[in-house]
Each structure stands twice: as structure tokens, then as C-alpha cells.
Design a protein around this ligand. Structure first.
Ligand code: C2E
Ligand code: MG
Ligand code: MG
Length: 686
């Protein structure tokens, strides 16, 4: 189809599909008349000539000559007749083919006019011959707009070579490959099309035109891109997620192995006490806080980025922020600090991040102050896997948490060894719990007025084949892993039963008490009070004989929350003690308001009391303070007679320490009770 074809198409375009058969029938009608006329004329002429050969015409001529001529004329007339019949037959055929072609044409017309896909016909030079109306609907261009442009004009320059290649292939093989490309919408935006070209060949087999069917796949593409984006980004903060971060990190790690002057660091940032925030303000507020933290970190990274890049030119080719800051999950964020000179730069960035997170956040109209612990691992590592590097940063971060939070730690090999040890301990602890390797030891608490044992503190011991493990070596790990909860549940049950047994065996007034330690993890458990309530119910112990020890830092922590938990516990009728008093920061007004009964002075003050007058002064102040607040005092760590005497002079009510007994098992304690002055054995009294 050349220019005339286009005209034909445009003419056809102007006519409605219904008008075409009418027009065609008119032309065909005229044609029939012409053909009929031609056939009738030839027949009439032939018949006229033949009629001369019949006897009623007598020519004065040689009869043999006339006879021959007559035969020739009749034969010729027969041929003309046959020719006419064949012509009419041919005409029928031709007309039927024409009708079929017209129908097909009409069908193509209908399809192309109504299809949502854009159908174009271009010549071998790419000039437009026809564009279906869908072009205007999808791309906004009218037929007039398209007339003056080539079919390549609106294609994105980057995609043109691919489209040309596909067109070339269609020309040579007849069928082009499916190709995706971007095309300019009239409004200036880019749309994505999927297109296939097919060749129309002339009689010589040369490709004259291409029919191109284009489908607008912009929305599908967007949906696909969104899916890919979602697979690699965190839904809450829209920051890259773990998968994308690990991919970038792996890339950096591989690069650092190839280029010795290329160095990077990984910063693992964990928000301190995020769980507390989440539990107290609710998850929606927690989410909002994470979004805001993400924003502040993005800002830090942007600034760190301008400081730390680019030095090794040509080595790192990626956008500044994408992949350098990620949310690994929960309250854990991570930064890939690219192309640094010295690991100390990472520490500086970590400090900046901490400073950035210091100003209060406004969440639901409430000010929230947070801190973060940061672990740093650098590319100076033998690791080849990104995950290993993140794990190193994680170990360093845990160390930062353990050594006081709101700090940053750089990973070193000793840390790794510790981490391995810790991991083994964790596994062993789980096994120990299954195999019942935990024992309860008891340490007596003695009245300093009467010298009698008034109660015990239950302390965990881990009975391993190689010896007894003290709590300092396993309680922190049990606490971190949450194993402390089942361990202590068991201990409480056993200790309650034990004290009831002793109360029966050694009745006293008031009856013997049992002190138990509550850790931070337990204290944060919302069902702590009901859990302890269950133990009381299960064992039938008088709750007044139960003393729950909560260390000062936890009891004095988040005012509202700890006050609530302490009141719930107090509601059970148990006795509450503040353990290790003097090591934390207690506010006097808080101390007055919380429902505690006893202060347990930390053993460091007692143990050094006789040698350090300052400690003695501290003990004296604590005792006076406690008495002023109407609280009783228990001194821990009374190791010598001198300690006991001094405590008696200071009016301390009770003491616990090696001077009386080291913690020991139930059997040893029963013997001690039996021998203890002033403790009457029930059996003996009978
Ligand atoms: P704590 O609650 O302050 O327990 C008193 C600790 O002081 C015990 O250490 C005890 O053996 C030690 N102690 C008592 N008198 C003396 C003394 O005269 N000199 C010295 N040097 N130490 C003395 P232990 O049993 O090693 O427990 C250490 C800490 O572990 C406990 O401190 C407590 O916080 C925790 N803990 C122990 N068992 C458990 C348990 O079953 N559950 C929980 N949650 N914590 C426990
Ligand atoms: Mg204690
Ligand atoms: Mg203590």
C-alpha cells in the first residue's frame, strides 16, 4: 500500500462499515450491466452472422466455397458462445473473490477500529500508512498528529535500536519478535508498549509493509515493578529490606576482595528498649516511631554519604541512598558505609547517628526519647558472605547493649569467640531445661535481733556433669533468650513447696518466708501477676510468706509501667523487696509511692563496710531512709561477725550472707534449720 492505499484506507475510514456493501453492490450492478451488454452484443452479432449460413439466404456463389464458409462461421460462432459462457463464469468467480476480499477487509477494518490494541501499518521506511483509532485513545495523538511524524519519532531513544532490530527481523523473516519499548504520550509521559510486527509481501516476495500490533502494558509493567519493589523494600518505612541490603553488601564484599584500597563498614543499629515503647504506646505508635527513625537515619546516611564518597572512583556505581540504609526487620536498621578510608570513620558516623536519634520524637502527640546501640563490622574480614558480616555487626551490637546500651562497638575476633561460646551456652541451656538440670539452692535470711532464720532466698544453680554453674554464668543468657521464664517458673513452684514443708517442720511466728528473684524479662511479661497467682493457688502457700525481689533498676524504671506491675503483684498479697538497693538511681518520691515492703542493700556496700567508712555511711543512710519510709531492711553479703555487729548497731532488721551460710541445697538447709538457735523443730516439740 503506498499513498493511494492510505487514501483508500482514509476513504474507508470515513465510510461506515454498513455503507461499504451498498457501495459495492452498486458498482457490481453496473458491472453486470456492462458485461451483460457486451455478451448480448457478441451473441447478437454472432447469431446474425450465423443466420446468413442458413438456406433461406441464397448467394450467387460457388456452392462448395459457400459450404466451407458456412461451416467455418458456425464453428466460430460455437467458439464465441463458449467464450461468452466462460467469461460469464470467470466474472462470477472474480466477483466471489472480490466479495471475500471485501469481507476480510471489512473484518480487518472492524477489528482495527474497535480493538483496544493499537494497529499500525507502516511502509518499509517506517512511514505511517495507517494507525487505528486506539492510538488516540491510548497515546492521545490524533490521525492528524500522526500524519506528520515517523513511527520512530515517539519511541524512547534508548529503546529505538531494539525496535529497529525487531522491525528488521520482521522484514527478513516475515514475523518479528515481541518487543517492549517506551513511547511518548501526547501529555509528555512515557507509556510502555508490547508490540509484534508482521510483514506484508508483494508478488515478488519483497516486504512492502509491516503490520504492527501494539499493546499498552504500562499498568502491567507498573504492577510488576511494584511487586519487585515490594519484594526488596520494607513495607513500613519503604527502605530497602534485608534481601536488597544483603545483595548490595555482597557486591561491596566482592569488590573489597578485588580492590585492596576499597573499604566499607556495616553499621547495625538497634533501638534500645523498643519493646517497652511498643508495649506502652501500642503498635501503631511503634510503627510511626519506626517510620520517623527511618527518616532521621536517611538524613544521617545522606550526610555521611557526602563525607565518605567518592574516593575510589569508578569502583562503586550505585545511587547514593539505595541499599546503603535498610531496615532488617523489627527495630533493626543497617547502614552500608561505602568506600571509607579507616574504620574509625564508621565510628564517627555511628556517633552522628546516635546524636541524630537523640532529640525527642513526637509520636501521637507524645514526646518519645530513644537511644540506639550500634554494632560495626568492617570489610577487613576474612568473610566472603554478606550474612557473616551482618552477624559480626550483630554480635558487636549485642555487646554494645550488654555494656550499657546507647553505645557503639566495633566487632573484633574475641567477640566472635565469645559469641560462639554464648551460642553454645544457649543450646546447652535449652537441653538443661528439658533434662531438668536446674537445682534450687537456698540461702538463709537471719533476723539480726533474734539471730533466728526467718526465711530463705531461692537461687538457681545449674547442675552440669562437670560441676555446678553459678547464676552469673547462665542467668544473663537465659534472660536474653527468654529461657528464664520457664526456669523461674519451675524454681518458684519448687521453692514454694519447700518453704511450706519447712513451715510444717519448723513452725515459727511469723512463719518462714521464701524470697525469689524477678528478672527484667519476667517483669515485662504482662501475665506475671497471674502466673505467680497460679503458683500460689497450685501450692496453697500463704502469699504473705512470699517475697518477690525486683532489682532497683527495674523497679524504678518506667514509672507508670513498673508502678502498675508492682501494684498487681502487691494485689496478690505478696511481700515486695527492692533488690541490690544502692546500685541504681532511686527517686525518693517514687520510693514513697511504690508498694514495696523491704529494701535489700547490695552486698558491695556491706562487704566493704568495715574497711571503707564511706560504705558504712551509705549503709547507714539507706537504713535511715528505709525506716523513714516505713520499710524494713535486709543486708546482703554479711560475710563476717564484724559486718553483723555493725548492721545490728545500725538497726538493720535482717541479713543474709556467707557468715550465716552460703547458698546450699534443701538437705543442707534442713540441717541448718534444725541446728539454728531459736528455731523449734515441730518433731522435737511434740
Ligand atoms: P541476688 O538476688 O542479689 O542474690 C544474692 C547473691 O549474693 C547470691 O549470688 C548469693 O550467693 C550472693 N551472696 C550472698 N551472700 C554473700 C556473701 O556474703 N558474699 C558474697 N560474695 N556473695 C554473697 P548468686 O546465687 O550467685 O546469685 C547471683 C544473682 O543471680 C542473684 O543476686 C540474682 O539476681 C540472680 N539469681 C540467682 N538465682 C536466680 C534465679 O533463680 N532467678 C533469677 N531471676 N535470678 C537469680
Ligand atoms: Mg535476690
Ligand atoms: Mg541482691
Amino acid at each position: 500500500m503506498g499513498e493511494p492505499d492510505q487514501q483508500a484506507f482514509q476513504e474507508v475510514n470515513q465510510n461506515s462499515p454498513e455503507a461499504i456493501p451498498v457501495q459495492m453492490r452498486q458498482i457490481e450492478g453496473r458491472e453486470w450491466w456492462l458485461w451483460g451488454f457486451a455478451v448480448a452484443v457478441t451473441l447478437a452479432l454472432t447469431l446474425g452472422i450465423v443466420s446468413f449460413t442458413f438456406p433461406w439466404f441464397h448467394f450467387e456463389a460457388d456452392s462448395s466455397y459457400w459450404f466451407d464458409l458456412r461451416e467455418w462461421v458456425r464453428g466460430l460462432a460455437g467458439l464465441v458462445l463458449l467464450f461468452d459462457v466462460y467469461t460469464v463464469y470467470q466474472h462470477f468467480q472474480l466477483q466471489s473473490i472480490r466479495r471475500q476480499l471485501a469481507e476480510r477487509d471489512q473484518l480487518f477494518q472492524l477489528i482495527s477500529e474497535n480493538a483496544a490494541d493499537m494497529i499500525a501499518l507502516v511502509d518499509s521506511e517506517g512511514r505511517r500508512l495507517y494507525n487505528s483509532p486506539a492510538y488516540e485513545k491510548v497515546l492521545g495523538y490524533s490521525a492528524e498528529d500522526l500524519k506528520n511524524t515517523s513511527s520512530f519519532d515517539q519511541i524512547h531513544p534508548d529503546d529505538r535500536p531494539r525496535v529497529l532490530q525487531a522491525a528488521e527481523k520482521a522484514r527478513s523473516s516475515g514475523q518479528g519478535e515481541r518487543v517492549e519499548y517506551r513511547i511518548l504520550h501526547k501529555d509528555g509521559s512515557w507509556r510502555t508498549l508490547e508490540s509484534t510486527a508482521s510483514a506484508i509481501r508483494n508478488a515478488k516476495g519483497q516486504t512492502e509493509k509491516l503490520v504492527i500490533v501494539n499493546r499498552d502494558i504500562t499498568e502491567r509493567k507498573r504492577a510488576e515493578e511494584l511487586l519487585v519493589h515490594n519484594a526488596f523494600h520494607d513495607g513500613l518505612t519503604n527502605l530497602p529490606n534485608r534481601a536488597l541490603f544483603l545483595d548490595r553488601l555482597q557486591h561491596a564484599l566482592t569488590l573489597s576482595k578485588k580492590h585492596s584500597n576499597y573499604m566499607f563498614a556495616v553499621l547495625l543499629i538497634d533501638v534500645d528498649e523498643f519493646k517497652v515503647i511498643n508495649d506502652s504506646l501500642g503498635h501503631t505508635a511503634g510503627d510511626e516511631l519506626l517510620i520517623q527513625i527511618g527518616r532521621r537515619l536517611t538524613e544521617s546516611v545522606r550526610r555521611a554519604d557526602t563525607v565518605s564518597r567518592p574516593r575510589v572512583t569508578g569502583v562503586v556505581e550505585k545511587s547514593a541512598n539505595e541499599g546503603t540504609l535498610a531496615r532488617l526487620g523489627g527495630d533493626e536498621f543497617t547502614i552500608l558505609l561505602d568506600d571509607i578510608r579507616d574504620p574509625i570513620e564508621a565510628v564517627r558516623v555511628a556517633e552522628r547517628v546516635q546524636a541524630e536519634l537523640t532529640p525527642p520524637f513526637m509520636v501521637n502527640g507524645q514526646e518519645v526519647v530513644i537511644s540506639a546501640s550500634i554494632g560495626i563490622a568492617s570489610s577487613t574480614t576474612p568473610h566472603t558472605q554478606a550474612e557473616d558480616l551482618v552477624r559480626d555487626a550483630d554480635i558487636a551490637m549485642y555487646r554494645a547493649k550488654r555494656t550499657g546500651k546507647a553505645r557503639c562497638e566495633v566487632f573484633d575476633t574475641a567477640m566472635h569467640a565469645n559469641a560462639v561460646k554464648r551460642l553454645r551456652l544457649e543450646t546447652d541451656l535449652r537441653k538443661a531445661l528439658d533434662q531438668g538440670e536446674f537445682r534450687v539452692y537456698y540461702q538463709p535470711i537471719v533476723s539480726l535481733q533474734t539471730g533466728r532464720i526467718v526465711g530463705f532466698e531461692a537461687l538457681s544453680r545449674w547442675q552440669r556433669p562437670e560441676g555446678v554453674v553459678p547464676p552469673i554464668d547462665f542467668i544473663p543468657v537465659a534472660e536474653e533468650t527468654g529461657l528464664i521464664i520457664p526456669i523461674n517458673r519451675q524454681l518458684r513452684l519448687e521453692a514454694c513447696r519447700q518453704v511450706m514443708a519447712w513451715q510444717n517442720q519448723f513452725p515459727a511466728n511469723p512463719p518462714l518466708t521464701m524470697s525469689m528473684n524477678i528478672t527484667a524479662k519476667e517483669f515485662a511479661q504482662p501475665d506475671l501477676a497471674s502466673e505467680i497467682g497460679k503458683t500460689i493457688e497450685q501450692t496453697g502457700i500463704d502469699p504473705a510468706c512470699l517475697r518477690l525481689e525486683i532489682v532497683e533498676t527495674i523497679a524504678m524504671g518506667d514509672a507508670e509501667k513498673s508502678g502498675k506491675v508492682l501494684s498487681q503483684l502487691k494485689g496478690l498479697g505478696v511481700h515486695l523487696s527492692i533488690d541490690d538497693f544502692g546500685t541504681g538511681y532511686s527517686s525518693l518520691s517514687r520510693l514513697r509511692r511504690i508498694p514495696v515492703d523491704t529494701l535489700k542493700i547490695d552486698r558491695v556496700f556491706i562487704m566493704n563496710m568495715d574497711t571503707d567508712p564511706e560504705n558504712q555511711e551509705i549503709v547507714r543512710v539507706i537504713i535511715t531512709l528505709a525506716h523513714n519510709l516505713g520499710l524494713k531492711v535486709v543486708a546482703e553479703g554479711a560475710e563476717t561477725e564484724a559486718h553483723v555487729k555493725q548492721l545490728q548497731q545500725l538497726n538493720c532488721e535482717q541479713a543474709q550472707g556467707y557468715f550465716f551460710s552460703r547458698p546450699a541445697d534443701e538437705k543442707a538447709m534442713t540441717q541448718l534449720l534444725a541446728a539454728s538457735p531459736g528455731v523449734r523443730s515441730a518433731a522435737a516439740s511434740v
